[in-house]
Write a protein that binds this ligand. Structure first.
Ligand SMILES: Cc1ncc(COP(=O)(O)O)c(C=O)c1O
Length: 387
């Protein structure tokens, strides 16, 4: 690890990231900016795993060490954590296990990321349940839209939601939503891929059944190792998607033969996927998690908020305040473009070496700690000129 640097230490933080000097990377919602330490860990792990095998006993320790680190993002209970390859994998576990009957409904947001939509669509089709989409009016935020949908559809039994919408960072008040959902006995499943690592988690207030997040965005790790947190009622029972040997008591497996009873590993480990705990993914995740936890999520959130506040200010200064996402998260800000200007804005940003994602005519700007607060006016100047 590099020496500890405070999340507010702007000048030196940039040096921790492996990004070209002539690029302004504002696309952390697509992929977190690469930490030099994570890149070095990946290189070392690749070298090690292609030149030697370091033995099963140590590998188990490595897996459990990284699991324990990930648990610090939630409730510090490693038994709650499963290691999975993708958000869709974890959400498919939730969709398979949560009780759902014909005529009941699952609530999602309009335009929700497909990983938290397709597993529910399939489950609804299997049991004859319905998908309900929360839709926002112009003067509404997502929380109001979700609460309205709950009122309008008494059959909603599962809410499958994010904390911040992936396209523009618009926020949901999960505590309020959870209170209403729980009062009517509905389950809550959260995809925090666009917030875990950048916004604090409040499990006590949200009381979710399952929480899922990828490791490669705001957790600054690599592809292919994501996290599933399971509430206590889902740790002692629940069907995994696959019957993998790594998720079972391996000592017993080798001894009992093909007909013996072999127990799943303790807690949410029963959902562990095969093949995700290779040295490369483990070492990238371990290095990245240590850095994120060392900075502290509350501090990261405060520092990212300074950046998006600077974006909001620049939009106001250019008379574009009405284009920005209302009630956006501290780490993601959207700028809604007139459709006929989208291509021109995309070209102008790209020509200037500014990396963002544009979806549905919305420029998504998602800085991380490498980006200086004073740089936040640049994308807005370019957008303003290209409009
Ligand atoms: C909200 C959200 N969920 C999940 C993902 C990725 O899902 P998966 O790991 O299933 O590819 C993304 C990627 O952009 C996302 O924005």
């Amino acid at each position: 690890m590099m020496p500890t640097q405070h999340a507010s230490d702007q000048t030196s933080l940039r040096g921790l990231f492996a990004l070209p000097d002539d690029m302004l990377y504002l696309d952390s919602a697509a992929h977190g900016p690469p930490l030099k330490t994570v890149r070095a860990a990946a290189t070392a792990a690749l070298q090690q795993s292609t030149t030697s095998w370091f033995g099963g006993a140590r590998w188990r320790d490595d897996v459990e060490r990284v699991r324990a680190l990930a648990s610090q993002l939630f409730d510090h209970d490693a038994d709650a954590i499963a290691m999975i390859p993708s958000a869709a994998y974890g959400l498919s576990i939730a969709a398979r296990n949560i009780p759902l009957q014909a005529q009941q409904s699952v609530l999602v947001l309009e335009g929700q990321f497909p990983s938290n939509l397709l597993p529910w669509r399939q489950r609804c089709a299997e049991v004859g349940a319905n998908l309900v989409f929360a839709r926002r009016n112009d003067d509404q935020d997502w929380t109001a839209a979700v609460l309205d949908a709950l009122d309008a559809h008494p059959g909603i039994n599962v809410l499958a939601l994010p904390q911040a919408h992936w396209r523009d960072g618009s926020l949901l008040d999960l505590a309020r939503i959870s209170d209403r959902a729980r009062a009517r006995g509905a389950s809550l499943v959260l995809d925090l891929s666009q917030s875990l690592g950048a916004m604090p988690v409040d499990l006590e207030a949200w009381r979710p059944d399952f929480v899922v997040a990828v490791g490669y965005k705001w957790l600054l790790g690599g592809y292919g190792l994501a996290w599933l947190w399971a509430a206590s009622q889902w740790r002692d029972h629940g069907q995994p998607l696959e019957q993998g040997w790594m998720a079972h008591d391996r000592d017993a497996l080798w001894q009992v033969g093909s007909n013996g009873d072999v127990m799943p590993l303790a807690g949410a480990r029963r959902y562990d996927a095969g093949g995700v705990c290779d040295a490369l993914r483990l070492s990238m995740a371990e290095t990245a998690l240590k850095q994120v936890l060392d900075w502290g999520i509350a501090d990261i959130a405060v520092q990212l908020q300074r950046r998006t506040a600077a974006l909001d200010h620049a939009l106001q200064m250019h008379g574009l305040g009405s284009l920005r996402t209302h009630n956006h998260a501290h780490h993601i800000c959207g700028v809604q473009l007139p459709p006929q200007r989208t291509d021109a804005v995309a070209r102008a940003l790209s020509d200037a070496g500014i990396i963002t994602t544009i979806r549905n005519d919305c420029v998504r700007i998602a800085p991380h700690l490498h980006a200086g607060i004073d740089e936040m006016s640049r994308p807005i100047e370019i957008i303003a000129k290209a409009l």
